[in-house]
Design a protein around this ligand. Structure first.
Ligand SMILES: [Zn+2]
Length: 613
């Protein structure tokens, strides 16, 4: 860390002070530009600026606190608390919250304003807000304009999709997230404008490719990393506008087809190929990070952006700090999953089309919103939940324009005294167990220990790539109280899901061992969609849906023998870790901030371009 801070100091990032994180006990820097940004984002009520205090948690602890409020793909079967109808939901049936099916939630036959209350200046804001939240109905999923895509959330205008998230305008796509304008893609993450992709990661404008990473404008490429404008390449890396390459060597068409066939179509071929692909990823010439056409940006996967500090998965954005997964945003700090030009936000999770929204989650097409959740098309809210088309409300109560600012000032001044002003929602407000939330993907847990009266009953490895430990306190329950220890001084109280509930698996289905799966897709018959396959790694049951079976037939791929979750985590493990360290460029010795491990050789931008182009 200190190396990194020295580097940042040299890059015009002056450290004003160091603070001790209240969760982790780690020392973290407050940069001058953090303070400038917080000042810029501090709101004004009745011409008086209410300064947001400096953070009390380190950037990663702040991120975990936010990410605990987002569940992207763990679905449950439950019943609507309004009609009793069966529905798919992000909330486990054990969850005490009231959950309505989306259409029911949007109906006008119930009013979130009925839950409004006068703020009690003798109790904490957190407690009062939490009590209101436990009463107000929540929506089971968040989707807009989809067709036949029931098992998805965070999806917009998708058709015939299954188990995808954070995706728009896509058709026939199954498993995982960040699809935009795609068709017929399975097991992919972060793919744009593409068709017929399988097991691809960070790929744009490509067609008919499998196991392709960090590439664009490619057709018929397999087991390759960092290709642009290529056709018929396999087991290759760092190629530009090339055709018929096998293991980075140019071949004649017939020779290529013969060699490539040893890595395609058959289950054993593919198993060998995926192992070999790890070497391709390991041995490719690496740019320090995936940052393109950007100025003064640090971390990873950044395109066409300016002044984005400690941020990743960023597109066309500027002046942001500690922000992840965002498109066209400006002046944001400590935010995740921000889409469609949100501007001026601090400590926010998931907004679309917002301006001046702070300490909030799931706010859409709204402005001047503080400490609020699940609000749509609103203005001037404080402490509100589930409002639609409202303005000047505080804790779901209507005020006049004049009263609103006066009352907000009173509440903010009170929260300044209680130390709540400037803090995001308490972790106890998360409705999701840690292993259902996005926090578990970004900060994976290595080991799970079942305790009974603080005596270890059993322990198991949860995720090889993880770091922390979870102590499960009531493991006979399906959702248990637990303590999360990420190597910190303080163990954070969380919930932990102790059993996986399989959805989409009807009763009386036939089980199939993975050894019974055929070598090629042509050996399987349509019956496969009626059966349940046991994952060869975790034993977890999963099904092949009919459209997916057609996809494998079309792509000439054998039926996968591991559960979709396992496939996702395998793909994630091939990405560089989100740690940062200082490297010296292999060629010119220039210092760069890289996402790769210290021992891995990397190139600076100039040397990489010279090597590749
Ligand atoms: Zn260099």
């Amino acid at each position: 860390m200190s190396n990194l801070i020295d580097f940042m100091k040299k890059n015009n990032e002056k450290v004003l002070e160091y603070r001790i994180c209240q969760w982790t006990g780690e020392k973290f820097p407050i940069f001058e530009k953090d303070v400038e940004m917080i000042k810029k984002l501090s709101p004004t009520f009745l011409w008086k600026k209410f300064e947001i205090p400096l953070p009390t948690l380190s950037p990663r602890a702040r991120q975990i606190r936010r990410l605990l409020s987002r569940n992207e793909w763990n679905f449950y079967k439950s019943r609507s608390n309004k009609t009793g109808e069966s529905m798919i939901s992000l909330y486990a049936p054990e969850n005490k919250a009231k959950i309505f099916e989306q259409k029911e939630w949007w109906q006008e036959d119930w009013s979130p304003m009925d839950y409004g209350f006068d703020f009690d200046f003798s109790k904490s804001m957190t407690e009062q807000f939490y009590n209101m939240r436990n009463e107000i109905p929540r929506v089971n999923l968040v989707t807009v304009g989809n067709e036949n895509s029931d098992y998805t959330t965070g999806t917009w205008y998708c058709k015939d999709c299954y188990l995808i998230n954070s995706s728009e305008n896509s058709e026939d796509c199954y498993y995982w997230k960040l699809f935009q304008d795609c068709k017929n893609c399975v097991d992919c993450t972060f793919v744009y404008d593409s068709e017929k992709l399988y097991q691809c990661l960070n790929v744009k404008k490509s067609y008919n490719c499998t196991y392709l990473h960090n590439s664009a404008e490619c057709n018929n490429c397999y087991y390759s990393d960092d290709l642009v404008g290529c056709n018929f390449c396999i087991m290759s890396s760092n190629l530009r506008n090339s055709q018929y390459y096998f293991e980075n060597k140019k071949c004649e068409k017939e020779e290529w087809e013969k060699l490539a066939s040893a890595y395609l179509w058959k289950r054993t071929n593919i198993k060998n190929a995926t192992k070999k692909f790890e070497e391709v990823i390991q041995n490719k010439k690496k740019k320090y990070a995936s940052i393109t056409s950007s100025v003064n940006c640090f971390w990873d996967v950044i395109t066409e952006s300016k002044n984005c500090f400690f941020s990743y998965d960023v597109n066309k954005s500027e002046d942001c700090r500690y922000v992840n997964i965002w498109v066209e945003v400006k002046d944001n700090m400590d935010c995740n999953n921000m889409y469609l030009k949100p501007e001026k936000s601090y400590e926010v999770l998931w907004t679309i089309g917002t301006y001046n929204v702070h300490f909030s989650t799931y706010v859409f097409n709204s402005s001047n919103v503080f400490y609020s959740q699940d609000c749509h098309d609103c203005k001037n809210l404080f402490g509100c939940i589930a409002l639609r088309w409202k303005e000047y409300c505080i804790f779901n109560k209507q005020y006049s324009k004049e009263e609103w600012e006066k009352e907000v000032i009173k509440v903010v001044e009170y929260m300044q005294k209680t130390g709540e002003w400037g803090e995001y929602f308490d972790v106890k407000m998360s409705a999701f167990p840690y292993n259902d939330s996005l926090a578990c993907e970004y900060f994976p847990v290595k080991e799970v220990i079942n305790l009974k009266n603080w005596v270890i009953e059993s322990r198991k490895i949860f995720n090889e790539n993880g770091k922390g430990i979870v102590y499960v306190l009531e493991w006979e329950k399906e959702i248990s109280k637990a303590k999360l220890d990420l190597g910190w001084e303080i163990k954070v109280d969380i919930f932990w899901k102790t059993k996986n509930k399989e959805i989409g698996i009807p009763e009386n289905t036939l089980f199939l061992e993975t050894k019974d799966l055929k070598e090629t897709i042509s050996g399987e018959n349509d019956d496969i969609i009626k059966k349940v396959i046991k994952c060869s790694v975790t034993g977890r049951p999963f099904r092949i849906i009919a459209q997916e079976f057609n996809f494998y037939k079309n792509m000439n791929l054998p039926i996968p023998d591991v559960h979709p979750n396992e496939r996702y985590f395998n793909r994630l493990s091939m990405k560089p870790q989100r740690n940062l360290s200082i490297h010296n460029c292999t060629k010119c010795n220039k210092e760069v901030v890289s996402v790769y491990r210290e021992y891995s050789p990397v190139y600076c931008e100039e040397c990489y371009n010279k090597e590749i182009y």
